[in-house]
Design a protein around this ligand. Structure first.
Ligand code: GDP
Ligand code: IMO
Ligand code: MG
Length: 426
């Protein structure tokens, strides 16, 4: 069966972009189904280094089509900028890009409303990427959204923006922002829309014909399971459905077509933004991992919080997404640590009973005690290794212990950012 999904199992930035780029080499269609330009997916291949925000990595395979599905929210400035950047680097994909007209668009008021909401929440803020994600998804579910369909008719678009401003401007003014002008928003967005117009076409039939022909459709998840709006560490999460089940609503693919789900997990843990992080390291080891792993946000450049691998979380994510295998990434980042810890499960700090991730909310996670095991580090570079059997024995012991704890097979181990820095583990 033809659909492979790449999904993050932690809090994002697990190297989904790298794994998708590798798999895109054999794909006919590569598609995104969720999120927006809050995503930053790094691809390092023979064409250079790319930070993809909205366009999936099918672009690097000239036989593949790239699809931005209807579940994605579009910042027109970002997507047109991304297209221009690719074109300036010799990759022109306008013939091979399909953007669903059902995509909601992010407008200037979304970012302002997010700014004032985050400010009002003080310590309880989510620590977002400031791309207007929560207001644009809130508008979508409350029938206040504006979709690419609406931009095809200026009068209709202007009417919808004016209606939204009638609701939103008083709030913006009350919080000290200037009222926004509908005509200006419409002109600015239409200018960018013109650059995109030729690729705005519903991919539903294209995808379905591909599925019937048993073509290979690769779906690249954005954000990650623990940022999912329902199953993640709410309210320290994102606004879209990030889990594999989201591909039906976000792309128009029924579950029966999915044959392979690759859960991507770093060999340690990390998150950016606020929220619980039971295995976080607020010490020199955390700093060491941050520097070795270059853990700074792709979108916001914020230092990412780093910690030990958390098997409870990756096990949960694997169950929820129905993963068939795990790609374990950034193993090389641990190369210089003499001792490596990982958490096997949690205990309640009050009762000392085993606590499962799914039983509680984010506040419960603030109060749990991760239970750790310790292993010797391998203390040698793994970056040049290409055969699993050639990894240091202690590194293999670590990988295999994690595999046992997660309960799903690790099929690939990544030891560097580049496409070829990958080890297949059968
Ligand atoms: P994504 O959002 O899941 O696609 O991940 P990001 O691109 O935001 O972050 C992953 C970062 O790790 C990027 O800078 C990648 O180039 C880098 N990277 C990917 N795989 C590896 C690896 O195995 N080792 C190291 N050291 N870096 C990696
Ligand atoms: P990729 O696809 C890491 C986090 C933000 C914040 C929370 C909500 O590159 O893995 P939002 O702007 O979505 O409302 O922010 O989610 N976040 C990410 N963290 N990687 C991402 O994407 C993220 N997208 C959102 O830091 O904590
Ligand atoms: Mg990222």
């Amino acid at each position: 069966m033809p659909v492979t999904i790449v999904v993050g199992t932690q809090w994002g930035d697990e190297a989904k972009g790298k794994i998708s780029d590798i798999l895109a080499e054999n794909a006919d269609i590569v598609a995104r189904f969720n999120g927006g330009d809050n995503a930053g997916h790094t691809v390092v291949n023979q064409f250079g280094t790319f930070k993809q925000r909205l366009i999936p990595p099918g672009i690097f395979n000239e036989k593949a089509v790239s699809v931005v599905g209807p579940g994605v929210v579009l910042n027109l400035k970002t997507i047109t900028g991304e297209l221009q950047d690719l074109a300036s680097r010799g990759i022109d994909i306008t013939d091979r890009l399909w953007v669903s007209p059902r995509c909601q668009i992010v407008l200037p008021y979304h970012r302002l409303i997010e700014e004032l909401t985050e400010k009002a929440k003080g310590d309880l803020k989510t620590g977002t990427t400031k791309r207007g994600m929560s207001p644009v998804y809130a508008d979508k579910v409350s029938y206040n959204g504006i979709r690419l369909f609406d931009l095809m008719d200026r009068e209709k678009f202007l009417k919808k923006v004016s209606t939204q401003l009638a609701i939103k401007n008083p709030t913006l003014e009350a919080f000290g922002f200037e009222a926004l002008d509908a005509e200006k928003i419409v002109d600015d967005e239409l200018e960018k829309f013109e650059l995109l117009r030729n690729v705005v076409r519903e991919p539903f039939e294209l995808i379905h014909n591909a599925l019937i022909d048993q073509a290979h459709v690769l779906v690249e998840g954005a954000q990650s399971t623990l940022l999912d709006n329902t199953w993640g560490t709410y309210p320290y999460c994102t606004s879209s459905t990030t889990v594999t089940g989201g591909i039906t609503a976000g792309l128009g693919i029924a579950p029966k077509w999915v044959s392979r789900v690759i859960g991507v997990a770093k060999a340690y843990s990390g998150r950016v933004g606020n929220g619980p992080f039971p295995t976080e390291l607020l010490d020199d080891i955390g700093d060491h991992i941050r520097e070795e792993g270059q853990e700074y946000g792709t979108v916001t450049k914020r230092p990412r919080r780093c910690g030990w691998f958390d098997a409870e979380l990756v096990r949960f994510s694997s169950m929820l997404n129905g993963v068939s295998e795990i790609a374990l990434t950034k193993l090389d980042v641990l190369d210089k640590l003499p001792e490596i810890k990982f958490s096997t499960h949690y205990e309640s700090s009050e009762t000392h009973q085993t606590m499962r991730y799914w039983e509680g909310d984010a506040d419960a996670l603030f109060d749990c005690d991760p239970v750790y095991e310790t292993m010797d580090g391998w203390m040698e570079s793994t970056a040049k290794t290409r055969e699993y059997s050639e990894l240091p024995e202690k590194a293999r012991n670590y990988i295999e212990r994690l595999e046992g704890l997660i309960g799903y097979p690790i099929s690939m181990v990544s030891v560097g950012p580049a496409r070829e820095e990958i080890i297949s583990k059968k």
